[in-house]
Design a protein around this ligand. Structure first.
Ligand SMILES: NC(=O)c1ccc[n+]([C@@H]2O[C@H](COP(=O)([O-])OP(=O)(O)OC[C@H]3O[C@@H](n4cnc5c(N)ncnc54)[C@H](OP(=O)(O)O)[C@@H]3O)[C@@H](O)[C@H]2O)c1
Length: 279
């Protein structure tokens, strides 16, 4: 993997004549650039994706999303994101989890992707301890119906209790089933569902300020529309899927498209790993 932006002296390796590798007369091939195109350690990835340092006083929540899209905008293929992902995308996915306090995810993604509890990984243990975090992030499932299989390991055997984010009008028997399985139910809305800004505040009140949402598109669209998304980590996969797959964010369009700023761009085998922030 190599860094394309911000441009550093490692972005393009030049020979002593100042020519990029592979330039005419250079003999072609990857040349010196190949030296930079190497697998990054998880530590390097964690440094590259560190959450912003909290300012003085109460740390404010920072909501980051991590999504993958094909060139033609598909956010899934055959109902899953795995076919449009790659090993490095999964390493970044794991790194972003390793940095997060909580992973916020829509119930449909949990159902379709067969979500399991987040793992404690030795590679992130020291970093997490230094940041005052537990061994693994909690998973927070956003749901109005609570139509979830509470016998799954996500609910019965996580390292830290799984959270259910729902509305005050959620069905009491489903709330009781969730709690019986060991989940912690957090109310973040007056009706059946959650209000995105209230969900962010509720998580912060529980001490979760490094937030990571893994979508899906219907949930991400609401975070964007509510103006609470701080950062988007977007993998652009060099694939074309055609079909009628969802885009990474769905729902009613916003009045004016939200402008984000590119913070960094990494590349490997044609996959682009961008990091964008709200200005
Ligand atoms: N490309 C990517 O990076 C990526 C990432 C994630 C997922 N995906 C793909 O996206 C698809 C699933 O995404 P999706 O957009 O259909 O669903 P989703 O956003 O994962 O989940 C939608 C569900 O979340 C709950 N929900 C959403 N907003 C809510 C609110 N305001 N209050 C309470 N509950 C709320 C509802 O659950 P209930 O029905 O239980 O009420 C709703 O049915 C899958 O195919 C998955 O593979 C792709």
């Amino acid at each position: 993997m190599r860094r394309l932006f911000p441009v550093t002296d490692q972005t393009v390796t030049t020979d002593s004549g100042g020519r990029p590798p592979g330039a005419p007369g250079e003999g072609g091939g990857a040349g010196g650039g190949a030296a930079q195109d190497r697998e990054w350690s998880l530590d390097e990835l964690a440094d590259a994706y560190a959450y912003p340092e909290p300012g003085p006083g109460e740390p404010r929540p920072w909501l980051r999303a991590n999504m993958v899209s094909t060139l033609d905008g598909a956010a899934q293929h055959d109902g899953r994101s795995q076919p449009i992902s790659t090993a490095t995308d999964m390493r970044i996915f794991g790194t972003l989890r390793g940095l997060a306090d909580v992973v916020v995810v829509g119930a449909e993604t949990v159902r379709l992707e067969g979500y399991r509890p987040a793992r404690a990984r030795a590679e992130f243990a020291g970093r997490r301890e230094a940041a005052g975090q537990g061994p693994a992030p909690a998973v927070a499932v956003v749901t109005a119906s609570l139509d979830l299989d509470f016998s799954l390991p996500l609910f019965t055997s996580p390292l830290v209790p799984t959270l259910i984010l729902t509305g005050a009008a959620a069905a009491p028997d489903r709330v009781a089933a969730a709690e019986k399985a060991g989940a912690r139910v957090v109310i973040a809305g007056d009706g059946m569902g959650i209000e995105p800004d209230r969900a962010v505040r509720a998580l912060a009140e529980l001490g979760h300020t490094r937030l990571l949402t893994e979508g899906g598109p219907r949930l991400l669209g609401q975070f964007v529309a509510a103006g609470v998304l701080d950062e988007l980590c977007l993998t652009v996969s060099p694939m074309l899927a055609v079909g009628d797959a969802q885009r990474i964010a769905g729902g009613p369009s916003v009045a004016v498209p939200r402008r984000f700023a590119l913070v960094s761009l990494l590349e490997e085998e044609g996959f682009l790993f961008g990091r964008y922030r709200r200005p």
